[in-house]
Ligand binder design. Structure first.
Ligand code: UT7
Length: 323
């Protein structure tokens, strides 16, 4: 049985850090409110010359380097993003060009904060179906470009960045002892589309628009949706919370992360938290957290790793993999 196995991981952040204290200078907000309600202490904000494509390219290069590979070795790029460089072509194609790749194929995955979980699942299907052998799966965002910087209820929450993994089709035994992706589950429900959205687009306003969110409404649904889809993945792989080595959740809010882990019965010390450092980087948050935990020497080969995300749409999903 073919297993899509992670063989490299990398990340990239903009040069500029913006702390909660910095935001206090220009908004009616406080470090105390932001930390207490979200756990966020700082975020990285892209400069003009830093884009979703440039951050995605940097993360991809680091992931390839850690895999001991070059762009010639991969034949697929799937990029999770809601902040593409242009309406089209796909930013994945721009990253392909930046990497000097003239072979294979590349496309963007639009699932907002669930973009990386969706992209990993899509790449896994390509590898297992034989349409590709090695994939770069990237989550890259510049949400700072779509924030309303006068809306304190949203602009303090998000940040920019990128993370990437290299997946390779390898032979496995078909058991959960295999390395690679073991199970995944994806969900969406468009009846929630007005709770978290961008109020512009090519076919409606011909503008880019700004992010709008009913934060409390999103919060209300998040924990239930996350735990449902994780339990679905547990059932598919026949594992339980105690088997998990590392829980790498979408980094939107520390309170959502804590409540989800508690409800699932995952011990606190197994939860990777980077929301304090990066804020909510949408599709980049899970691969940024993965790269961070690997760099710290926490996630190691053979560990059972659980990823999840939930965001605009709503979309949500989970992936279980052995590192
Ligand atoms: O990644 C996709 C998913 N997105 C999320 O997961 C976000 C989910 N939602 C949340 O994380 C939380 O709902 C928020 C962090 C957005 C808000 O936290 P909350 O505990 O739900 O606060 P709230 O919206 O109920 O607001 C409480 C108060 C309000 O004042 P009043 O009406 O009670 O007087 C807000 O005006 O906090 C006020 N407030 C702020 N105060 C200082 C809202 N934003 C700020 C701010 N600084 N930045």
């Amino acid at each position: 049985m073919i297993r899509s196995t992670v063989c490299g991981v990398g990340s990239a952040l903009p040069r500029r850090v913006v702390t909660n204290k910095d935001l206090e200078q220009r908004l009616e907000t406080s470090d105390e409110w932001i930390v207490q309600r979200t756990g966020i202490r700082q975020r990285y904000i892209a400069a003009e010359d830093e884009t979703t494509a440039s951050l995605g390219e940097a993360a991809a290069r680091r992931a390839l380097e850690s895999a001991g590979m070059t762009p010639a070795d991969v034949d697929l790029i799937v990029l999770g993003t809601s902040t593409p460089n242009n309406t089209f072509p796909a930013t994945a194609v721009e990253i392909q060009e930046r990497l000097g790749m003239r072979h294979g194929f590349a496309y963007d995955m639009q699932a907002v904060c669930s973009g990386f979980v969706y992209a990993v699942t899509a790449a896994d299907l390509h590898l297992r179906g034989g349409t590709a052998k090695r994939a770069l799966v990237i989550g890259a965002e510049t949400f700072s470009r779509i924030l309303d910087w006068n809306d304190r209820t949203t602009c303090v929450l998000f940040g920019d960045g990128a993370g990437a993994v290299v997946l390779e089709a390898r032979d496995g035994e078909g058991t959960i002892a295999d390395r690679g992706i073991l199970a995944s589950a994806l969900r969406s429900d468009g009846s929630h589309k007005d709770k978290l959205f961008v109020d512009g687009g090519p076919s409606t306003t011909q503008t880019v628009g700004h992010l709008r969110m009913q934060g409390r409404e999103v919060f209300k649904h998040a924990v239930g949706m996350i735990t449902d889809v994780v339990e679905d993945v547990f059932r598919k792989a026949d594992v339980s919370a105690e088997d998990i080595s590392w829980f790498v959740p979408h980094q939107a809010n520390k309170r959502i992360i804590d409540a989800s882990a508690r409800k699932l019965g995952i011990a606190e010390e197994k939860v990777v938290v980077t929301v304090d450092l990066h804020g909510n980087t949408s599709a980049a948050s899970v691969p940024l957290a993965l790269a961070h935990a690997v760099a710290q020497g926490r996630i190691k080969r053979g560990d059972l790793v659980l990823l999840e995300a939930m965001g605009g749409g709503f979309t949500w999903g989970a992936v279980l993999l052995r590192w």
